[in-house]
Ligand binder design. Structure first.
Ligand code: DMJ
Length: 486
């Protein structure tokens, strides 16, 4: 009866595992080393637990791989995070977990995985054939990393096949995908297309897979998806900081007709400005971020769903989600406008005021009466705290180092390096169609990261605007009015 409770826990010390690289980013080597040893010595996946494939992948597999790479990094930018006698244990654990997740990709007619597996026995006999697009189609970063670290194509292949299967089911008219699909028939059960729950990380991972692995096909899919998003989901005036009309908003539409399906936006969608920063669409990011910040100011938190027509929440809980902080951090990196430091302060102060409890931070059950639940999601430590910390830590190695870092959808830091752009199995399967070595999946000769990661994109906000509001005050007021703040 509580929509906020889902079965992600797995009985495998989720919070401890999910928080590992946060300790490294905070430069706390003794706690990092202690936590890694605890994980190695006490966590086992040989459990009769049924887990969500997506959650286990992004929270556990992703964290193990990130920590493994921090430990084995010859440069040790975060301080001494090495572990005495480390024998790739975290990588082996990641492998063990991934193998236990593989049954989800078997006996599915489309290649789109089952949403849940039992870590001991595989897909439960009474399994649901329906899955959400984000859950099934955002496994490629972690599975691809694992494959490339092990030199075993299996994991990347199943994850890539799932992305391609979903992609092939997009509407031929709008290019949009729905939010729930039947993995046997390929029929869309949920025809809602939007940027929030059910689809969010699908888009994110098309771009991030390209950043990490340099496969041009991922960028092509991302660009096509972004084009459809701009054509069918975006409403309001054309430019964020110019002209007349409503502020730009991204709405939920029917994937086939493009018609509006409802008038709510969910708090998950607040990640999107951060993704727009990565592709250099900073101006548009500023507007959507400002809208979410206005909602935050009104409630001191983000309600899970906010109805922009009724100017009121539709769903009231706030489980300490990171998305607004994540976008704030990335917008600050792109613009260096101190406005975003103030946003961060504001968020930090409300977290302290409304969610802090004796042994941690609590989910808000209701953003208006501020009642709490006895629950702190693991992403609070892996994402919300990490992004807040990084926002204020100008000197952090993530910002200073020559290595370029990227964050997984769960906020795990991974360095973007040449090693992950090598897929050794390609030598053995140079032409196999549909396999990771298939012709359409081949890497471009010289991966052109400039498209995404160049400083010129980040400099698009002119210097003279750096110390003024990122959004003209007239537009800020317009948003504040729409959210009922004034
Ligand atoms: C996280 O687990 C990830 O960011 C995921 O992609 C979406 N939701 C939560 C945080 O809100």
């Amino acid at each position: 009866s509580n929509l906020n409770i889902n079965d992600v826990l797995g009985n495998y010390s989720l919070t401890l595992v999910d928080a590992l690289d946060t300790l490294a980013i905070m430069g706390n080597s003794s706690e990092f080393q202690k936590a890694v040893k605890l994980v190695i010595n006490t966590v086992s996946f040989d459990k009769d637990s049924t887990v969500q494939v997506f959650e286990a992948t992004i929270r556990v597999l992703g964290s193990l791989l990130s920590a493994h790479r921090i430990i084995t990094d010859s440069k040790q930018p975060f301080g001494d995070m090495t572990i005495k006698d480390y024998d790739n244990e975290l990588l082996h654990m990641a492998h063990d977990l991934a193998v236990r997740l593989l049954p989800a990709f078997e006996n599915t007619k489309t290649g789109i995985p089952y949403p849940r597996v039992n870590l001991k026995t595989g897909v439960p006999p009474d399994s649901n054939n329906e899955t959400c697009t984000a859950g099934a189609g955002s496994l490629l970063v972690e599975f691809g990393m694992l494959s490339r670290l092990l030199g075993d194509s299996t994991f990347e292949w199943v994850a890539r096949r799932a992305v391609k299967a979903l992609w092939s089911l997009r509407s031929s008219g709008t290019g949009l995908l729905g939010n729930v699909v039947n993995i046997q028939t390929g029929h869309w059960v949920g025809k809602q297309s939007g940027l929030g729950a059910g689809l969010d990380s699908f888009y994110e991972y098309l771009l991030k897979s390209y950043i990490l692995f340099g496969e041009k096909e991922d960028l092509d899919m991302f660009n096509a998806a972004y084009h459809s998003i701009q054509s069918y989901l975006r409403r309001g005036r054309e430019a964020c900081n110019e002209g007349e009309g409503d502020p730009p908003l991204y709405v939920n539409v029917d994937m086939f007709s493009g018609r509006l399906m409802n008038t709510w936006m969910d708090s998950l969608q607040a990640f999107f400005p951060g993704l727009q920063v990565l592709i250099g669409d900073v101006e548009d990011a500023i507007c959507l971020h400002a809208f979410y910040y206005a909602i935050w100011k009104r409630y001191g938190a983000l309600p899970e769903r906010y109805n922009w027509q009724l100017q009121a929440p539709d769903v009231f809980f706030y489980p300490l989600r990171p998305e607004l902080v994540e976008s704030t951090y990335l917008l600050y990196q792109a613009t260096k406008n101190p406005f975003y430091l103030h946003v961060g302060m504001d968020i930090l102060q409300s977290l302290e005021k409304y969610t802090k409890v004796k042994c941690g931070y609590a989910t808000l059950h209701h953003v208006i009466d501020k009642s709490k639940e006895d629950r702190m999601e693991s992403f609070f430590l892996s994402e919300t705290c990490k992004y807040l910390y990084l926002l204020f830590d100008e000197e952090n190695p993530v910002h200073k180092s020559g290595t370029r870092y990227m964050f997984t959808t769960e906020g795990h830091v991974v360095s973007v390096d040449r090693h992950l752009r090598e897929a050794p199995w390609k030598e053995f399967f140079p032409d196999e169609r549909g396999h990771a070595a298939g012709s359409s999946l081949r890497r471009p000769a010289a991966p052109d990261l400039k498209v995404i990661n160049s400083s010129s994109n980040c400099n698009r906000v002119p210097d003279e605007r750096r110390y003024s509001l990122p959004l003209k005050s007239v537009y800020m007021r317009q948003i504040d009015q729409m959210v009922g703040l004034i």
